[in-house]
Design a protein around this ligand. Structure first.
Ligand SMILES: O=P(O)(O)O[C@H]1[C@H](O)[C@@H](O)[C@@H](O)[C@@H](O)[C@@H]1O
Ligand SMILES: [Mg+2]
Ligand SMILES: [Mg+2]
Length: 323
């Protein structure tokens, strides 16, 4: 099976604007109509991880609208994954969808709620949009073609001096001691640099679009999901920003760790003081920390105390001569 990604991307590119504008315009009306209404709220992974019938309805609406046009494409949707669908990103053309980013805000009528849709081929995001519903701001980017908000070009602040930075992050849905102590100590260490301040809007997608539009200078988080940031990571980089792993290394969309910043200097400054707590990758593969954690010392060697499952899904042992 040879997948001609260039043709598919061009085809989808040719009319993604119309297709998505159509999908978003319907989804937008559903969200706005439901914003003031009473909601039926369910819990997912914690007492703070909320979902409503509107999240599920908007996701179904978007997926069926896109499927009608591109029946062979794949989907990673937040609520489909919650219902058991596989979140593994393959080389196939894949739509990564967060139907309502900021569900807690939506439930409480805190007016920052976004729809996030990204399109990836060969695991590379080709375009993405974030629609901030209550602000009526449509952020969009196409790889190599810049980033825009309501068709106005976006540029990050370009700030290099972290002591002058306004940083956004999220409290997330974790409520265990390790996650919360890591999260709060990260905020403490950042403020002691010092920096100008920290904000949390309640939607990762809008947080990152604030970095792209110079409303903030950086965003960092551990625990969000690929659907929260797939579109906005491209919007930040197309606005001249940088997107890295929380360690300052290479960004990995499925790792649930990110720093998006106005410059590499600011990103490095954040990476030097923030720590990550362990959280399972979106695709369920072992991450580097877990892999090392799975090793024990024996006869002076580091040996794997169980087999690591690698992307090839074949068990294998690894021996590290020295660490
Ligand atoms: O509202 P969601 O789509 O669930 O995304 C939220 C997430 O649940 C929360 O943990 C935070 O990471 C927010 O920044 C996300 O936008
Ligand atoms: Mg989200
Ligand atoms: Mg969501």
């Amino acid at each position: 099976f040879h997948f001609d990604s260039s043709r598919t991307v061009c085809t989808v590119m040719a009319d993604w604007g119309k297709c998505l504008d159509f999908g978003v315009s319907i989804a937008r009306q559903v969200v706005l109509d439901a914003f003031e209404a009473q909601k039926v709220v369910s819990l997912k992974t914690s007492p703070a991880d909320l979902v409503t019938e509107t999240d599920q309805g908007v996701e179904n609406l978007l997926i069926s609208a896109i499927k009608e046009k591109y029946p062979t494409h794949k989907f990673i949707g937040e609520e489909s994954v919650a219902a058991g669908a596989s979140p593994v990103l393959t080389d196939s053309p894949t739509w990564i969808i967060d139907p309502i980013d900021g569900t807690t805000n939506f439930v409480h009528r805190f007016p920052f709620v976004a729809i996030s849709i990204a399109f990836a081929v060969n695991k590379q995001t080709e375009f993405g949009i974030v629609y901030s519903c209550m602000e009526d701001k449509l952020y969009r980017a196409q790889r190599g073609k810049g980033a825009f908000c309501n068709d106005i070009p976006l540029r990050t602040s370009g700030l290099e001096d972290i002591t002058k930075a306004l940083v956004v992050t999220e409290i997330g849905t974790e409520r265990d001691d390790l996650s919360l102590s890591t999260l709060t100590s990260n905020i403490y260490r950042l403020l002691k640099i010092p920096i100008h301040g920290i904000r949390a809007v309640g939607t990762a997608a809008v947080d990152m679009c604030l970095v792209a539009s110079a409303g903030a200078d950086a965003y960092y988080h551990v625990g969000m999901h690929c659907w929260d940031i797939a579109a906005s990571a491209l919007i930040v980089s197309e606005a001249g920003g940088v997107v890295h792993d929380i360690s300052g290394g290479k960004f990995d969309l499925m790792s649930r760790r990110v720093i998006a910043a106005s410059s590499r200097t600011v990103a490095r400054g954040i990476a030097q003081v923030v720590e990550a707590f362990p959280c399972e990758r979106d695709d369920g593969l072992p991450d580097a920390d877990q892999a090392i954690g799975a090793l024990t010392q024996r006869d002076g060697h580091w040996v794997s105390n169980d087999f690591l499952k690698l992307p090839c899904d074949k068990p294998c042992g690894i021996v590290i001569e020295s660490v």
